[in-house]
Design a protein around this ligand. Structure first.
Ligand code: AMP
Ligand code: MG
Length: 521
């Protein structure tokens, strides 16, 4: 197994001169060198062949000892320069100071045959100077969730970091899953993630908060030069308008990401600014969840249960709030508020446009008319009031038959006891929808295939994750690999896997891991 590394982040940005693992505040540095801990008995649970292809590895490579040793952290390959990144962040709306990679270790940047750079990062590979009071490890439960969801999101077409491998370490890790004093040992695991970079909003915030403007400038110029190079066609690197243009691009990418989350019913759960990628990629899969019954108020994260700051319907507002924090961090390089305010205004109009276009596509509409807003709003309220399974509903709507009986037959409701008022509202909506469809020149078959290309049949429902985890913890990893396979084609009918498109079963409604998750991972 041969990988070519070109570690631009390490080569071009300031390092922490101290190589001790002691937990501490690290000033004037973008990262600290740190080696992964050795694992006792690593075993491969799964590797993503699509992710592997991005770094020119084939299936045989993925099954080799060299792969297992490299991506469990046991063996450093030539060219790897393991390091943990320094960043800060706002957690649940409050500035938390230095956070950093507490249990993530970047191995380096692979340069592939297409001349693309892919940063490889192990999650759960042991303590770093940023581990604060925690152990730097990850358990199998949360690693299965991160691994499968990253790849599922990719195949759904949602911007995301990727997952190359899921490896059990053979070590036991102590976790108090519900933070209720009942700590237990769980199997440890390491996921290897991939992304163009793991630079976050918080990477800029930490320097601004410490008034380390030279480092802020270096990181910003580095990010633009390597990750937004097209900006240099019209702007001089480091100029105020270049930084403004960069901020604009990040806002745009962030809008696209949250609109895509809304399209597929994904709730991130912890949209802290340290979990916001500078590329607009979904990053840091923690207590995330997928909507079963459509409910804008829902959050899977028990740590956020009272405030519901990161609920489904709030994600765009939070993304905007996070962009405000990034604007504050970049301000010293621009020294004018107006261009930043303009970009933030643009965020809002961009979001409104993209959200409408996304809703139109889900309904099989070729474009958005002014009156469509009402159609979208009424549908949301119908879906919410009748406990409707979001994913199943949109697949059922892609049909010639647009009647209540059809939706019942397609098993889209969690409770079939509907009153007259609901029937009237649904019928009114279906009539309005039908009328709207007649205004466009699209055959029924064309509409159905367009809708089935944007409304997935298979999403990573919370209860599916829990079933796969239960089996994996018992030593049977077949469901992880089977789900990975199903999620490769989320928009296709897969008759033999019909059961993975079923509504959430009753037992999962309030079960831990299915509808409720804590940050413990
Ligand atoms: P998260 O909520 O997963 O984004 O984590 C917030 C911060 O806590 C990040 O700086 C993580 O690196 C750190 N962290 C989370 N879990 C652990 C752990 N088990 N050991 C060390 N640091 C952790
Ligand atoms: Mg994080």
């Amino acid at each position: 197994m041969q990988l070519k590394f070109n570690n631009r982040f390490v080569n071009e940005l300031p390092a922490d001169p101290n190589i001790a693992k002691t937990r501490r505040q690290i000033n004037h540095a973008c990262y600290s060198f740190v080696d992964p801990v050795k694992t006792q008995k690593p075993a491969l649970v799964s590797a993503s062949s699509e992710a592997a292809t991005l770094i020119d590895l084939n299936k045989e490579d993925c099954n080799s000892d060299a792969f297992l040793n490299a991506f469990s952290g046991n063996q450093r390959l030539d060219g790897m320069q393991p390091h943990a990144m320094c960043y800060g962040g706002h957690q649940f709306g409050n500035w938390a100071g230095q956070l950093g990679d507490g249990r993530a270790i970047v191995l380096g940047e692979v340069l592939n045959q297409q001349a693309e750079h892919w940063t490889l990062q192990l999650k759960g590979a042991g303590p770093t100077p940023y581990s604060r009071t925690a152990d730097g490890l990850a358990v199998l439960r949360s690693s299965v969730r991160e691994y499968l969801c990253s790849e599922a999101m990719h195949h759904l077409g949602v911007p995301t970091t990727r997952a190359l491998s899921l490896i059990t370490t053979g070590d036991q890790v102590m976790r108090d899953m519900l933070y209720d004093g009942n700590a237990e040992y769980e199997p440890g695991a390491v996921v290897c993630r991939m992304a163009p970079s793991f630079i976050r909003f918080g990477s800029f915030q930490i320097f601004a908060s410490r008034n380390e403007i030279d480092e802020l400038r270096s990181l910003t110029e580095f990010t633009i030069k390597h990750h937004y190079p097209s900006l240099l066609e019209d702007h001089e690197l480091g100029s105020a308008d270049c930084v403004t243009a960069f901020f604009n691009e990040v806002c745009k990418a962030t809008v696209t990401m949250v609109v895509e989350w809304a399209r597929v019913g994904f709730v991130h759960g912890v949209m802290n600014t340290d979990n916001m990628s500078i590329h607009g990629l979904t990053i840091d899969y923690g207590p995330y969840g997928w909507l079963d019954n459509y409910d804008p108020e829902w959050t899977p994260n028990t740590t956020d249960a009272s405030q519901r700051r990161y609920r489904f319907g709030q994600q765009a507002n939070i993304a905007l709030w996070n962009c405000y924090q990034l604007a504050n961090a970049l301000y010293p390089l621009i020294e004018a508020t107006e261009p930043l305010e303009e970009a933030l205004k643009q965020f809002q109009s961009n979001f409104a446009d993209q959200w409408q276009a996304m809703m139109a596509s889900k309904l099989g509409l070729k474009d958005v008319l002014e009156t469509d807003g009402k159609l979208f709003e009424q549908l949301e309220s119908l879906l919410t009031s009748a406990e409707t399974d979001m994913t199943r509903f949109y697949r059922a709507l892609a049909s010639e038959n647009l009647s209540y009986e059809h939706f019942v037959e397609r098993d889209v409701y969690y409770d079939d006891n509907h009153n007259q008022e609901f029937h009237d509202q649904l019928n009114n909506w279906l009539t309005a929808y039908q009328t709207r469809l007649e205004q466009q020149d699209l055959s029924c078959e064309q509409r159905i295939s367009a809708m089935n290309a944007v409304n997935p049949k298979y999403v990573f429902r919370n209860y599916l994750a829990q079933l796969a985890i239960d089996k994996s913890e018992a030593g049977d990893h077949s469901m992880v690999n089977e789900l990975l396979d199903v999620f490769r084609n989320p928009y296709m009918e897969q008759i033999e896997f019909e059961h993975y498109a079923a509504k959430r079963p009753d037992w999962a409604r309030t079960k831990v891991g299915c509808s409720m998750l804590s940050c413990s991972s």
